[in-house]
Design a protein around this ligand. Structure first.
Ligand code: SF4
Length: 411
């Protein structure tokens, strides 16, 4: 095997990690180097706020410890049967690289994942060692997200949680059947058991917040990722799985990652990538379920075979099917009604409720409090505004749908 420099390894292992979407850092515990005396902080802009052209977050150093893997998940570029160049970082080599990048201001933290070498326990130990070296030897106070290996011993997951801000365990696919077909070495029950054990530790930490245990986990949450479009699961199935994961394991986020074929793909996989727009619509629907008071049937109901409308966002799709619920009077409506108005987000609704205490709002006021008054206008009444016939118009959908973009022709 040719000798690889650290830079060579970085090129291979950062590229191999790019398919992982679950790297957002929101909700990390606030830490500041002025207070801790260490290096780095989790505060401020720049952590996971940059996105690659394909929409994936790249602002952390998102990297694999190694892309060797003894598993053969058909959708994964790093599977054992994949003919890709392999590389592996040493623990101190990767920790040194993170510190070097951090001091140069290239990154704000680390997202660490890995292929499975020797055994799940051995691999997890190596990943914990990277996080421990950063924290204990380099006094690194920046953000660390560790993608854990569900088959590893619970003590190792707990150890990872002592050094990382965020743990994630990928469920990979929306259904157990698809997982056993496309990732034969993985086990849906073990994945959920691992999530349950992390949840238990997070709950214990919360219960003991008044008497902190120095060995308690530091992580403030866990998340997971589902690959979309590698199997035949429709959006209803995907969102149902997400809902059960949020409820059962108190996940911070479920990330949706549109399937993208790897070189020399298996015939069991679709030949085409899943549309990125589908991933986007799932995120919007996920948000509606968690923060806007919608239930699943409202979002995926209709003759769409359990699929979300790709052309328009799910809230607009619902509003167009339920025109009898509009217009909503912005000066009187309850928060729950305002949240259902297309174009009004939770912040805009909060701002409207606050502003209307000081006097009846006009359309201009709403325009100042929202990002797109054109989208909101047909669905609201304001002091000087009542929509005339807009809600009956058969052209309303076309009028409000975003214009097609060139890329849509190919996705
Ligand atoms: S275990 Fe992870 S790295 Fe290995 S083949 Fe499966 S998805 Fe890829």
């Amino acid at each position: 095997m040719p000798h690889l420099t650290t830079v060579d390894k970085l090129a291979i292992l950062a590229d191999a990690a790019k398919y992982d979407a679950s790297c957002a850092s929101s909700g990390a515990q606030k830490r500041n180097s002025l207070a801790t005396g260490g290096i780095g902080s989790t505060e401020g802009m720049g952590i996971c706020h940059s996105y690659a052209p394909d929409g994936r977050c790249i602002s952390l150093l998102k990297v694999l410890l190694t892309n060797y893997c003894q598993y053969d998940c058909l959708y994964c570029v790093n599977r054992i049967s994949s003919n890709v160049q392999r590389a592996r970082f040493g623990v101190s080599e990767l920790a040194g690289l993170v510190m070097d990048f951090y001091k140069r201001n290239y990154i704000e933290g680390l997202f660490l994942s890995s292929g499975i070498i020797k055994s799940p326990d051995y691999t997890m130990e190596q990943m914990v060692s990277v996080a421990r070296t950063l924290r204990d030897e380099h006094n690194f106070q920046g953000y660390i997200h560790v993608k854990t290996i569900p088959d590893a011993a619970p003590e190792l997951l707990e150890a990872a949680g002592r050094y990382a801000d965020r743990l994630s365990i990928n469920v990979e696919l929306p259904s157990r059947t698809s997982l056993s077909k496309l990732a034969p070495e993985k086990n849906a029950s073990r994945i959920r058991q691992a999530m349950a054990s992390v949840r238990l530790k997070l709950d214990e930490k919360k219960d003991r917040s008044r008497h902190p245990n120095p060995r308690a986990i530091k992580a403030t949450g866990q998340s997971t990722q589902m690959i979309i479009g590698a199997d035949a699961s429709n959006d209803r199935k995907i969102l149902t799985t997400s809902a059960s994961l949020y409820a059962g394991y108190k996940l911070r986020r479920v990330y949706y990652s549109a399937f993208s074929p790897t070189p020399h793909p298996s015939s069991q996989l679709p030949p085409q990538p899943a549309p990125l727009r589908r991933e986007h619509r799932l995120y919007q629907a996920d948000w509606l379920l968690r923060f806007y008071g919608f239930d699943l049937e409202e979002i995926v109901a209709g003759g769409s075979k359990g699929m979300l409308d790709l052309e328009i966002d799910p809230k607009l799709a619902w509003a167009l099917k339920h025109r009898e619920r509009f217009p909503v009077d912005v000066n009187r409506a309850a928060r729950s009604e305002l949240l259902r108005v297309p174009g009004l987000g939770t912040r805009s609704v909060g701002a409207i409720i606050k502003a209307r205490r000081h006097g009846a709002l006009r359309l201009d006021d709403i325009a100042r409090l929202t990002t797109s008054v054109a989208k909101v206008r047909p669905f609201i009444v304001a002091r000087d505004w009542t929509p005339t016939h807009a809600l009956e118009s058969s052209g309303l959908r076309a009028q409000l749908a975003p214009p097609p973009v060139q890329g849509d022709l190919f996705v």
